[in-house]
Design a protein around this ligand. Structure first.
Ligand code: BES
Ligand code: MN
Ligand code: ZN
Length: 517
């Protein structure tokens, strides 16, 4: 990962491959034209204060995602200036009050544009420690590359032999204060969150022939131990003994058996306990209700919820939050075979309820049901599950927004607000009672499918059946934003995105500080 430093150095004397500056579309109250954002004063001065004009001549507009490269002015040690668009200039830009998400995205775009470089200096507006954290996250997340499987076929894993350019190695945040407690804490937090989020991306991008429930559990165990988190792994035998019919049923068609991983992070100063539950289908073929070609190529991403939970628990531990967090990873591979669960089978779930499996492709809710019930037994203050659960949620909200459902309206709002704070797009969704009867089964307590219309909400209603009485619960459906099939944007790469991680970490922080629940 990119090495980050806070630097008080002046831009001209800085030894680096490039200096990154911000440009914006000027607010109407000022010029209306292109403006150079605060932080780049020394660079602008070296262009005789005419940098905005120079950039406009080069076609720059300040639009989000825009990158304009120009030679550095005479006397600068760095050869290149990279101007990155911040979007519209805020009305109060004089105070350096750029939106954190605009900074995060711009830093990400610049970091991506600088792949192959050794060192870049970021001279972006840093109004407060929050901005330092946002730029740091943008750099670390934007510089991400997944190239483990690329190279010259010789398995050397030598970066020089990779096809792509190596990620930006070093970033100095100019204007950051290396001795300021808040600035240092912001860098530490951004580093912990981004490293774990990038690890979640690695897991998501790892092909399903290499990432099985067993190997995922092993990776989670090793990382958890490294950070003082307690780990328990239930394998097939233990799951059978415990009566986890949902996880076992979904995993029964695969040669790679299912696992339930429990990660326990405890703080001696904790007053509250949060449980995070993640859907971890390492590959979703649909099972006997097989997905058609065109719908299965990206289904290695179906463990993105479990990856997010894993990342969030480790990040909470690394930051040392004063809250107890339990992570549950419900891991299975959904495959068709002679031993696979069939449409028509009835599973006895961990909660004791029976479920008629009408469609084996509605498998996520089955593994989550067992994990939700297990999580409920500890009576945490709240449970949040994260899952690539339904195509219906993608139809409803598109590829960049996750849906949030809950058995408590205030909790649902708190999650949407937390997501907004960290720059994740989300939207509250209802759990309409009338959709519940569509899951009535003539044979079992309920079926794993209901009405097609509102399929994302039906799935939420199914999960609600497996949340313990009186436990506050929310469900985050990340089926849209979990995996980016389009080109990279902002700090979001192609492939696994790490959707949900930052919202979960924020929830843990808010719970630790007593600002939630
Ligand atoms: N993993 C899929 C949902 C999904 C779809 C995730 C697209 C990411 C992108 C899930 O297991 C699934 O297949 N859901 C079915 C449920 C249906 C059979 C009730 C769906 O949404 O079609
Ligand atoms: Mn499925
Ligand atoms: Zn699935």
């Amino acid at each position: 990962m990119t090495a980050l430093t806070l630097s008080t150095a002046a831009a001209p004397g800085l030894r680096a491959d490039a200096i990154v500056i911000g440009v914006a579309k000027g607010a109407a109250s000022t010029s209306g034209g292109l403006v150079v954002a605060p932080g780049a004063e020394a660079v602008d001065k070296a262009y005789d204060g005419k940098l905005a004009g120079v950039l406009e001549t080069l076609g720059a507009s300040g639009a989000e995602g825009e990158v304009t490269k120009l030679p550095a002015p005479a006397g600068f040690k760095a050869p290149l200036v990279v101007a990155v668009g911040l979007g519209a200039e805020p009305e109060d830009a004089k105070d350096g009050a750029y939106d954190g998400e605009a900074l995060r995205r711009a830093a990400g775009v610049a970091a991506r544009a600088l792949a192959g470089s050794k060192k870049a200096a970021f001279a972006l507006p840093l109004g407060d420690a929050g901005d330092v954290g946002a730029v740091a996250e943008g750099v670390l997340l934007g510089a991400y590359a997944f190239d483990v499987y690329k190279g010259n076929g010789d398995n050397t894993q030598d970066k020089k032999k990779k096809n792509g350019k190596a990620p930006l190695a070093e970033a100095a945040l100019l204007g950051g204060k290396p001795r300021d407690k808040e600035h240092k804490a912001a860098i530490e937090r951004a580093t912990a969150v981004s490293e774990e989020l990038n690890r979640a991306r690695d897991l998501i991008n790892t092909p399903p022939n290499d990432l099985t429930p067993e190997s995922f559990a092993a990776i989670a165990s090793a990382a958890a131990k490294e950070h003082g988190i307690k780990v328990q792994v239930l394998d097939e035998k233990a799951l059978a003994k415990g009566g986890y019919g949902g996880i076992l049923g979904v995993g029964s068609g695969s040669a790679a058996g299912p696992r339930l991983v429990k990660l326990t992070y405890t703080s001696s100063k904790a007053a509250k306990h949060l449980a995070f539950v993640g859907k971890g289908i390492t590959y979703d073929s649909g099972g006997i209700s097989l997905k058609p070609a065109g719908h299965n190529e990206t289904m290695k991403c179906d463990m993105s919820g479990a990856a997010a939970v894993f990342a969030a628990v480790v990040a909470a531990a690394r930051i040392g939050l004063d809250v107890n967090v339990t992570g549950w990873l419900a891991l299975a591979e959904n495959m068709p075979s002679g031993s696979a669960v069939r449409p028509g089978d009835v599973l006895r779930m961990y909660s004791g309820k029976t479920v008629e499996v009408l469609n084996t492709d509605a498998e996520g809710r089955l593994v989550l049901a067992d994990a939700l019930w297990a999580a409920s037994q500890e009576e945490p203050d709240a449970i949040v599950d994260v899952a690539t659960l339904t195509g219906a949620m993608v139809l409803a909200l598109g590829n960049r927004t996750f849906g949030v459902m809950a058995n408590d309206d205030a909790f649902r709002s708190a999650i949407v607000e937390a997501a907004e704070e960290v720059g994740e797009a989300s939207w509250p969704m209802p759990l309409p009672e009338h959709l519940r009867k569509g899951m009535d089964s003539p044979t079992a307590d309920l079926a794993n499918m209901g009405e097609r219309m509102g399929g994302g909400l039906v799935a939420g209603l199914f999960l609600r059946e497996f949340v313990g009485e009186g436990v506050t619960w929310a469900h985050i459906d990340i089926a849209g934003p979990a995996f980016n099939e389009g080109g990279p944007f902002g700090y979001t790469p192609k492939g696994g995105t790490g959707s949900g991680v930052r919202t979960l970490v924020r929830l843990a922080e808010l719970t630790a500080s007593g600002d939630l629940g």
